[in-house]
Design a protein around this ligand. Structure first.
Ligand SMILES: [Zn+2]
Length: 165
């Protein structure tokens, strides 16, 4: 390798003493995340205490969370459909450790809830509550426990948890 292209090492002192041309800047990096049409409406309806899905008339599917495009037939989805805030536990886990590795005596119970009114297999990820962890079963009927209306903000957390019916 040729020595002609060697770099020039710099250290903090080179900057402090002005040996190097540089500029200071405070970036004002503000941004917003656009939820898109489908999830935007979904979150808006959560604030109203309702679950909404999209259907595809060609595939006869009702999809939640909603999406504006059907990945089966590659067409735009057709209509908004309100679905129930009830469902069945599709799968779940008992978590005795938090995200930051703290041990829990009472486990968190994340679960996929198949929503009544949506097509089989369509559900949302949430958590179970108000239930003895030892009694949770796949297929168990559950209902959303909502935050009080005045505390809802248009978030999936407007549902506190899902409890057995
Ligand atoms: Zn379709």
């Amino acid at each position: 390798m040729s020595d002609d292209f060697r770099g020039t090492p710099l250290d903090a002192e080179d900057f402090e003493k002005g040996k190097v041309l540089f500029t200071r800047d405070e970036p004002k990096a503000e941004y917003a995340w656009d939820t898109g049409v489908a999830i935007g409406r979904y979150l808006q309806e959560l604030k109203n205490g309702r679950l909404i899905a999209r259907n595809c008339v060609k595939c006869r599917r009702v999809m939640i969370p909603p999406r504006m495009h059907c990945e089966w037939c590659w067409r735009p989805t057709d209509d908004w459909v309100y679905v129930q805030d009830r469902g069945l536990v599709n799968t779940f886990s008992l978590c005795y450790i938090t995200w930051d590795m703290q041990r829990l005596k009472t486990p968190e119970i994340p679960a996929v809830i198949e929503i009544e009114g949506a097509s089989p297999g369509h559900g949302i990820m949430h958590k179970l509550g108000g239930v003895d962890p030892k009694k949770v079963k796949v297929g168990m009927k559950v209902k959303a426990v909502w935050k009080p209306a005045e505390e809802r903000v248009g978030s999936i957390l407007d549902i506190l948890h899902w409890a057995p019916t």
